[in-house]
Design a protein. Sequence first.
Length: 114
Amino acid sequence: VQLQASGGGLVQAGGSLRLSCVGSGATFSINDIGWYRQFPGKQREWVASVSRWGRTNYAGSVEGRFTISRDNVKNTVTLQMNSLKPEDTAVYSCNVVPPRKEYWGQGTLVTVSS
C-alpha cells in the first residue's frame, strides 16, 4: 500500500502551498502519519507528523510556517506550507511514522524561487 502525495508546484518565496496525502483506511486510522522531504543528493528528512489522536510535531526548520492536519474520515493528511523559502525546495512525500519502505509513493516536487 502506497501513500500518495500531491499538491506540489512552483511558488515564489513567501508564498504558500497545500500538500495532500491519501492512503487506505487501515493505514491511516492506526498510524501516526508524517511528511518527509528529500533535497537533491541528500537523504530524506522528517518534516512534520500527526498522531492518530491529532497531536502534531514539527522540525525546527518549519515550525511556525507549516501546519499538518489529518482527516480520518477522508483518509487524508494535509500539509499547509506558508512563508515558503528557497531552502524548502525538495520532493515531499508522506509515510507512517516511523516510515516503512513499502509505503513510499512518488512524492510531489515543491520548488520555491527567490
